[in-house]
Design a protein around this ligand. Structure first.
Ligand SMILES: Nc1ncnc2c1ncn2[C@@H]1O[C@H](COP(=O)(O)OP(=O)(O)OP(=O)(O)O)[C@@H](O)[C@H]1O
Length: 246
């Protein structure tokens, strides 16, 4: 059996007691490269937020034995305020806070790592630009550079390639592949089924409840995808609260 990086046991996460993730069981294996797929509103982002501890389970458990700094997290682009006046370099340096602590100084090595990461994502020369002046693709590269310096064991990406051009997607997928090659555990919420099939060996298919979890080729079957769609069509946003999660 493979060592789990993250274990989910009977996990239910609710908003005002309405379940967004319902009774999910399974394990994200250490070193695996996993896509999370499912219809809109399936609970994909909610699941990632629960794993990083931003949302607490209403029922069940998440176990990983990692410190928060050992989990890298890329939120959906829409959740990030880019009007904050901060430079590209300082944004990348935020990834080093596990070394510096909230009030510590930035070392020469941190700065060198950040410069190196910016080079790795193709943004050398952008250090002083403010993040508000970047294109969506350039900003996503900055966030990947921040993850590179964070050097996390588990990396969770929420729709990393949405609204990103083909070339940037290709470059960022290369970084994902390198992380996987280094033995890190990588999980990405994705909408593009072609991307899932081509680049992600394992898939967790969810429609609030778990539909299937395992090798992508088996999980992304016509039968599983239509079951996920059918479940989404039945959702009633005003459904009764989850009594067992009360
Ligand atoms: N902050 C919130 N308060 C109340 N309900 C929420 C909140 N965030 C998400 N939800 C609801 O929880 C359900 C799951 O949302 P979530 O964003 O996890 O789905 P998703 O699978 O990531 O969807 P998408 O593919 O559209 O991004 C949806 O019905 C959504 O409306």
């Amino acid at each position: 059996m493979r060592t789990p990086a993250v274990s989910l046991s009977n996990l239910t996460v609710t908003y005002d007691r309405h379940p967004a993730v319902h009774h999910v069981n399974g394990q994200i294996a250490e070193g695996s490269l996993t896509a999370i797929a499912g219809p809109n509103g399936a609970g994909k982002s909610t699941l990632l937020k629960a794993i990083i501890g931003e949302l607490r389970p209403a029922e069940g458990r998440i176990e990983h034995g990692l410190r928060r700094t050992e989990i890298g997290y890329l939120p959906q682009a829409a959740e990030i305020n880019r009007r904050f006046p901060i430079s590209v370099l300082d944004t990348v340096l935020l990834g080093t806070w596990k070394n510096t602590g909230a009030f510590g100084g930035v070392s020469g090595k941190d700065r060198a790592d950040a410069m190196h990461a910016l080079q790795a994502v193709g943004l050398q020369g952008f250090e002083r630009r403010s993040i508000g002046s970047l294109s969506a693709g350039q900003f996503q590269r900055v966030l990947f550079a921040r993850l590179l310096v964070q050097d996390a064991k588990v990396i969770l990406l929420d729709e990393p390639f949405t609204a990103i051009d083909a070339r940037t997607t290709r470059d960022l997928l290369e970084i994902v592949r390198n992380w996987h090659g280094e033995g890190r555990t990588v999980v990405a919420v994705l909408h593009d089924f072609e991307q899932v099939r081509q680049h992600f060996p394992e898939t967790l298919l969810i429609a609030r409840e778990l539909i299937a979890w395992g090798p992508t080729i088996e999980v992304m079957s016509v039968a599983n995808l239509s079951r996920a769609r059918a479940m989404a069509e039945r959702w009633d946003e005003n459904a009764a609260v989850c009594e067992d999660a009360a």
